[in-house]
Write a protein that binds this ligand. Structure first.
Ligand code: KIV
Length: 261
């Protein structure tokens, strides 16, 4: 399924044009109602993130998410026909080679993704170049890479703290921009380094998460923002709603009504 063209649609080009201008608000979406609600609220950028492994599927980390999971949820989001630009994550080990990256990204595009995202810098440059050569827009993901957290000992560590970390992040960001990547998530990058990357890239939009205010935009995992996954909230998120509590309250209220009947 492809997202049908509509005249007011946000595109990779309209989003990329925000570089240096208005801040981009980006959120994750995993299903039809959340995509529809976020779109109605005016969010211009929706990501079917592999965070769905934790906040929807109940896995301990993102390494359990399969390509079939991503295709299934991307289809559901695309069915909302959002005005927002819709992207999807290439899950763990689905882009080990350029051929894998292209074949698997094509499945996400068929499901309705208008761009794909994968984690890593120069080490996945051949995969990124192969995707771009095929005409599939690519969003990078640098800093803390959730798909690598298990191999790094299970800790979600802040990146760019020392000179070596800073240099690697800058090198990766510059290489991604030179390849033609239109946007890049910076996750848990120290705010000064995130700002430096943002200022060093004249075309590639930076989208921060837990990386301070210096990026071109911000992305959050929607259940964190609306309190729909109340068992864990990252330190850098202030929930704007208590959806979990609202659900518990509504269900108890209904059960009380039943008892009274
Ligand atoms: O999987 C995800 O939700 C993400 C965002 C945190 C950017 O990659």
């Amino acid at each position: 399924m492809s997202v049908e063209a509509r005249s007011d649609k946000h595109t990779v080009h309209s989003i990329a044009a925000l570089k240096g201008g208005a801040k981009l608000a980006a959120l994750t979406a995993y299903d039809y109602p959340s995509a529809r609600l976020l779109d109605e609220a005016g969010v211009p950028f929706l990501l079917v993130g592999d965070s769905l492994g934790m906040v929807v599927l109940g896995h301990p980390d993102t390494t359990h998410v399969t390509l079939d999971d991503m295709v299934h949820h991307t289809r559901a989001v695309a069915r909302a026909r959002p005005r927002a630009l819709v992207g999807a994550d290439l899950p763990y080990r689905s882009y080990d080679t350029p051929a894998d990256a292209v074949a698997n990204a094509r499945r996400l595009v068929e499901a309705g993704a208008e761009f794909v995202k994968a984690e890593g810098g120069v080490e996945i440059l051949p995969q990124i170049k192969a995707l771009l050569a095929t005409g599939i827009p690519f969003c990078g993901h640098l800093g803390m890479l959730p798909q690598h957290v298990v191999e790094e000992g299970g800790k979600y560590r802040i990146k760019g703290r020392d000179e070596d970390g800073r240099n690697r992040l800058l090198r990766d960001a510059v290489a991604l921009e030179a390849a033609g990547v239109f946007a890049c998530v910076l996750e848990l990058v120290t705010p000064p380094v995130a700002l430096e990357i943002t200022q060093s890239c004249s075309r590639m939009l930076t989208i921060g998460i837990g990386s301070g205010d210096g990026c071109d935009g911000q992305i959050l995992v929607t259940p964190d923002l609306v309190g729909a996954f109340p068992w864990f909230t990252p330190r850098f998120v202030t929930p704007k709603a208590q959806t979990g509590e609202t659900i518990r309250y509504a269900v108890k209220d209904w059960m009380n009504d039943l008892e009274k009947r």
